[in-house]
Design a protein around this ligand. Sequence first.
Ligand code: 0L1
Ligand code: MG
Length: 267
Amino acid sequence: MSMNITLSREDVVRLCERVEGAQTRAYAIPKLTDEYPNMTIGDGYAVQLELRKRFLAAGHKQVGWKAGLTSKAKMIQMGVNVPSIGFLTDRMSRPESSAISTFDLVHPRVECEVAFVMKTTLQGPGCTAADVLAATDYVLPAVEIIDSRFSGFKFDLPSVVADNGSSARFVGGGRARYAEDLDLRTLGVVMEKNGEIVTMGASAAVLGHPAEAIAMLVNILAELGENLPAGSFVMSGGITEAVAVKPGDSIVARFQELGSVSMRFVE
Ligand code: 0L1
Ligand code: MG
């Protein structure tokens, strides 16, 4: 993945302010490449870095990272062919079984993911799934609530990377387990919305093994001059396609071996 930056510092700041406004005040904007058609993925990460610096300066605490667009289902759904990464902060976290407001979201969707909590720091390049498993403290089931800020979910990779990989909220829960006690390739997951099964899949949908997605994330971080610190909470990407939610909906994600994660959505 080329991390070539073509935007001027002024343009990075301008685009960051555009994305930050859309995220914090919950409105949709056109994809950034409408105005900057030559924007690269590296430009997208420059905007994302600027956004992260602003949130941290405002007192948000970074708790980890997310890998996105790591399954065929998600890539086909969103029309892109390369995974992405985004940062996660304490302000995005919501407790299990809680009521999540959609008032400050544009058009939320939910997806089931396996989350990893790291016990040692990982540094790319060359990070492998085996390195990830050796550095993992435990895994747990999670639901990510993504919320692309782009009108009609119409975007390309540079735009979605600038929008922090559509990160909005996340809920971890269920049962924490040691990775070595599970076969992380074959975990089944079923998502129910309002009591009906709406989607299901197996964890191998994520690059063959969710640890592969974390290795990819560590290698992208290395390209950005960063590592994955011990203690990080890392989401490995949606196993199925993402499902739209609105106020009144309740979601239960049932994971084989890992228990379930539930939440409901309110105004
Ligand atoms: O978590 C993800 O797979 C990121 C998805 C980014 C695109 C989208 O909004 O679906
Ligand atoms: Mg996701």
